[in-house]
Ligand binder design. Sequence first.
Ligand SMILES: N[C@@H](CCC(=O)N[C@@H](CS)C(=O)NCC(=O)O)C(=O)O
Length: 201
Amino acid sequence: MKLYYAPGACSMAVHIALNEVGLQYELEKVDLATKKTESGSNYLEVNANGYVPALQLDNGENLTEVSVLLQYIADNNPDKKLLPPVGDASRYRVLEIMNFVSAELHKNFSPMFNPASNDEIKAATLELLGKRFTYVDKHLANRQYLTGDQFTIADAYLTTVLGWTSFLQMDLSPWPKVASYMGKVMSRPSVQATLKAEGLG
Ligand SMILES: N[C@@H](CCC(=O)N[C@@H](CS)C(=O)NCC(=O)O)C(=O)O
């Protein structure tokens, strides 16, 4: 398998999941501005949408979309318990919170990285993100990870999104559970290995 990624981007969630399961994989960095990969190929031929991540499977097919890649990795490595199997009702709790991370956190960060966003847009974005973090903070009040004692693919995704709060120098003190969760997940060997491989550790 080969993961197409950009350092620190949402592709990091997939990178963390690959390290959690301990699979062999290759990495290929993508320049999101030029849409060229580090080996010189045209990334638009891998993902016509031009965004990372994409995962080249062992049969040569490319699969895209963070949440789908995370499910692919988890379902193909069930012993790692990154996602409960079909038939286990708790699977939908992991998918529920993972969808929240994708739609309500990941995508609501986008204006913070858009050079076209003015201060007013950024202030409104931070206000909305604050509401979402308040939800996560309450959610984590009685849980070690997003759905209990087990680190899942939803946690791999949230870990990645929380990394952006450091990059943006966001103060997490209004959300102490989120802050302590972040300290815990960032110290996981899979996360440390990912940061190092992406040149961020
Ligand atoms: N719906 C996509 C969104 C992926 C996405 O937002 N990727 C960002 C990095 S976090 C990106 O590559 N942006 C550059 C671009 O869209 O040109 C997914 O879930 O994989």
